[in-house]
Design a protein around this ligand. Structure first.
Ligand code: DP6
Length: 364
């Protein structure tokens, strides 16, 4: 009987090596201190700091099947929302080739990758962060299965490093709460190679923050983030910007500890304006803000002045506005959004998001 059980176990584990499926869900994040400018192999020119979200999520699963004949090729199919996407398939194949020396099993199997987002695909919210963090976590889990190595501590750090190679901001989505990616002056803990959750304690006011994502436009961006990062190489203000980002990071680490919401507003908005200022001052310069973006930013500032509430806006590399606010003011802010902001949004669309706990393994 005992022998039978062992045989059964061995057969099962052999099967999991032959074929199987692994699924992760991973959230997007909103940068408070922006990553804009990179060098080398996806290394940031300055530290960035973000809040991981909870509602804007990518679900990804990888089905794997051992190849009949071993060769060095990467064989994969990619489905987004149930539909095959060759554009993404190519990008992921390039990514797999890029990491294959570290994960040689990627050429031993054929893969079917299925992915979907909880937010509208073209809503302009950073889908590469949730997408590449979910994919990196699936690869890490597969690595555990195939190699039989388990190291919980190293798992997330390596996942973050792997996610970074797909998309810089994805490195931060591996962790919940607030996350730092990039070396910070005077602190050994933070690295350019991977992101880490904030080391210090977070003041209660920042533990339950909300992010209302106001969708001004759903259209695809004229200039993608990768092109934008590259334009920083010749931007005349680059060095001053990297200095500013370092200072803002150091200040923000204090702010999150002490609960200084006034300073939070100041830094976060300055970061958003600087990001778009850098786009305008690139060669060629470009503008991603729309009229609605500016209207919403103006109204948020008016609302803050009138109500004395620490609401702040921030922007990604696109026209949509993220309205950040502490949970205590939720009712007032929801009213404000309904009355004053929704008519600037495309089809009155917005995403009611908030700080989240990070990715989840879906098939433990
Ligand atoms: C403005 O992470 O999308 O959202 O590394 O080329 O994939 P790649 O760029 P990406 O850049 C994000 C830029 C940003 C700011 C941020 O999230 O820090």
């Amino acid at each position: 009987m005992c022998n039978l059980a062992i045989q059964l176990f061995l057969k099962m584990s052999q099967n999991t090596h032959e074929k199987g499926k692994i699924s992760w869900q991973s959230p997007s994040n909103i940068a408070l201190i922006k990553y804009w400018g990179k060098h080398g192999t996806q290394l940031p020119c300055n530290p960035s700091l973000s809040m991981t979200l909870s509602a804007s999520i990518t679900n990804t699963s990888i089905s794997y099947l051992k190849k009949q004949h071993a060769d060095k090729s990467v064989v994969l199919q990619f489905y987004f929302d149930g539909k095959r996407s060759e554009v993404f398939e190519k990008r992921i194949a390039v990514y797999f080739h890029h990491i294959i020396d570290e994960f040689p099993f990627l050429s031993d199997y054929q893969f079917k990758i299925e992915s979907s987002n909880t937010f509208p695909h073209s809503s302009g919210i950073a889908s590469s962060a949730s997408a590449f963090s979910a994919l990196a976590l699936c690869i890490m889990s597969l690595n555990e299965i195939v190699t039989g190595t388990l190291n919980k501590n190293a798992f997330y750090q390596q996942a973050s490093q792997l996610a970074r190679l797909g998309s810089g901001s994805a490195a931060r989505s591996i962790f919940g709460g607030y996350t730092v990616w990039g070396q910070v002056e005077g602190m050994d803990a933070y690295s350019d190679i991977y992101a880490r959750p904030l080391l210090s304690e977070i003041h209660p006011v920042f533990q339950s923050y909300h992010d209302a994502v106001l969708i001004v436009s759903e259209k695809n961006k004229k200039i993608g983030s990768s092109t934008g990062h590259a334009l920083m190489e010749k931007n005349p203000f680059a060095e001053a910007r990297y200095r500013q980002a370092m200072d803002h990071t150091l200040e923000m680490l204090q702010v999150l500890k002490t609960g200084d919401t006034e300073k939070f507003v100041k830094i976060v908005e300055q970061e958003a304006m600087t990001l778009h200022g850098l786009m305008m001052s690139s060669d060629p310069g470009y503008v991603l803000m729309k009229q609605g973006t500016i209207e919403i930013m103006d109204r948020i500032r008016d609302f803050r002045r009138k109500q004395q509430i620490p609401v702040a806006f921030t922007l990604d590399a696109g026209p949509n506005v993220h309205l950040l606010y502490p949970a205590t003011y939720r009712e007032m802010v929801l009213n404000f959004i309904n009355k004053e902001l929704l008519h600037f949004c495309n089809a009155r669309q917005w995403i009611d998001d908030s700080i989240g706990k990070g990715p989840k393994l879906m098939n433990e």
